[in-house]
Design a protein around this ligand. Structure first.
Ligand SMILES: [Zn+2]
Length: 111
């Protein structure tokens, strides 16, 4: 969750990106190896492209310029899914506060 290297990724996308990359949010950035870093960059691209494709996330009152809701909230895998089952392995999704940000993760899929 340390955003000193890659800044400006919101809570929603940070949780979703780390899930896709299989990295625990509590992992220090300097403990991520080269292979994982490549996966992380790929996940950032995939998740943000998906979010753009679905016109953003209507978390509360967000609307796009035509007044429509975003569709990304329908494909969220971990964000705000505390207590629900992970779609990949069935383990219960957990929430943790890291650096004052609420982050959501699967303790099995993410290492
Ligand atoms: Zn899982």
């Amino acid at each position: 969750m340390d955003q000193s290297k890659i800044a400006g990724i919101g809570n929603i996308y940070a949780s979703e990106i780390l899930f896709e990359a299989g990295i625990l949010p509590a992992r220090p950035a300097d403990k991520i190896d080269c292979k994982e870093l490549k996966k992380l960059y790929k996940s950032i691209k995939n998740v943000l492209n998906k979010a753009i494709e679905l016109r953003g996330t209507s978390d509360s009152d967000y609307r796009d310029t035509s007044g429509a809701q975003g569709g990304f909230q329908k494909v969220l895998k971990v964000y705000r899914r505390t207590g629900k089952k992970c779609g990949r392995c069935g383990t219960i999704i957990l929430r943790e506060t890291i650096g004052q940000r609420g982050t959501f993760y699967c303790p099995v899929c993410q290492k």
